[in-house]
Design a protein around this ligand. Structure first.
Ligand SMILES: [Zn+2]
Ligand SMILES: [Zn+2]
Ligand SMILES: [Zn+2]
Length: 171
């Protein structure tokens, strides 16, 4: 399995370009599928992408969504429904071990994702190692098991945190 060259992008990369590309892809995909990217759905995706390559919990998203709002504030169900839609469309992945969400970096491709999660800074990198999923499906088949989905979440240290001395841990 090979990691994408930018699995963990450098901190000084042009993240505004990531956000713009993510939103443009989402709009294009939804249009092609006839799915409705409503204002709330788009805003939730934008906040998630803006947050950088890390997972964000639903309540943090809700806070951010309402931070600049003057009139009516969004309620938790609205955010959950927006997240359900985004996950369904493959624009966002749920990170089960963190109970949080991360924007997909390549929503155009149909893929099973594996995640590398940094335990120090919360950075999340998405890998698409088809072989890993295939191996798992084959092992499952040998066990007489029909695999419908598989979630792989590896916890560890990202390239930046790996080189930090322990006393400089952000927490
Ligand atoms: Zn970025
Ligand atoms: Zn993805
Ligand atoms: Zn890290």
């Amino acid at each position: 399995m090979t990691a994408a060259p930018h699995a963990f992008p450098a901190p000084d990369h042009d993240h505004a370009a990531c956000v713009a590309a993510g939103l443009a892809q989402a709009e294009e995909l939804c249009r092609a599928r006839g799915a409705r990217l409503t204002d709330v759905r788009r805003r939730v995706l934008e906040l998630l992408l803006t947050e950088g390559h890390r997972a964000v919990g639903a309540y943090d998203l809700l806070d951010r969504l309402n931070a600049g709002a003057t009139g009516k504030k969004a309620a938790p169900p609205a955010v959950y429904r927006a997240l359900d839609f985004l996950v369904e469309q493959g624009l966002v992945h749920r990170i089960a071990s963190l109970n949080a969400f991360v924007g997909c970096v390549r929503p155009r491709d149909d893929h099973r994702a594996q995640f590398l999660i940094c335990r120090r800074c919360g950075a999340v990198a998405e890998l698409t190692g088809e072989r890993l999923t295939q191996d798992l499906a084959e092992a499952a088949a040998r066990a007489g098991f029909t695999m419908l989905s598989a979630v792989v979440e590896a916890e560890g240290l990202c390239p930046l945190c790996r080189d930090l001395p322990p006393e400089e841990e952000p927490e």
